[in-house]
Design a protein around this ligand. Sequence first.
Ligand SMILES: [Zn+2]
Length: 286
Amino acid sequence: MDKATVGIIGGSGLYEIEGVEVLEEIKMDTPWGLPSDSITIASIGGVRAAFLPRHGRGHFILPTEVNSRANIAALKMLGVHEIVAFSAVGSLKEEIHPRDFIIPSQIIDRTKDRPGSSFFGDGVVAHASFADPFCGRLRKLIEPFIAARGLRLHMDETLVCMEGPAFSTRAESRLYRSWGAGIINMSVLPEAKLAREAEICYAMVCMATDYDCWKTDHADVTVDMVVGNLNANSAHAKALIKEIVPALDGGEDCFCRSAMRYAVMTAPAKRNPETWAKIKTILPEL
Ligand SMILES: [Zn+2]
């Protein structure tokens, strides 16, 4: 497999990008089941990219239902070491306007129904370092491309990941604001955690569509407006993918690439051999 494949996880529309040469569609199977959909392999500026729509083509999988273990494992099995994920988010801060872009640096986990949020368990214990949940190297690499498009960009914001599928209550939205969080979605977890466990560099490009529900003086929000914001954000995301993919450098020396080297706690003789065999499919160097 090509070692330089870049992984793109995004919304349903992101795999159809004008001017991008599609090489093949791959149906993957993993020890953790099937990913959200087939994976589109494309060539962008001579670099292979693997596109995976998080909610399936046509958007039929709830955030709660996404098999993130299979998604991350499938990309790793295709030789992906760097993932740029895209997500629509709600803004929790006045200064983060709809249509602004955000590269968050932190996460607050408010999910509560996400089985399969670790590759470990079942007789093999490991604890990944997750103090900085995103790859700092990848975040810095992506930043200038967003700035160069004249988009308003916010770095170093905290992303709240809620369970959904209903949006927050106003009291919850105000609570998250009081915590200093900047944006909210339903998609970054367990995806980011599993990427770290799989030793993949992972960063998320977030695109604000609305002011969540805390902003009560923002009464003129319409479905048209939100859809308009989504479409504008998606057009920018597609252009960004074409620019970012050829610029990624593989990150061979990045911390993420050896994140699990000393993380397994279970003595070799005590490891469940079946679980260990599954883990070795994505972490052969452990
Ligand atoms: Zn990294």
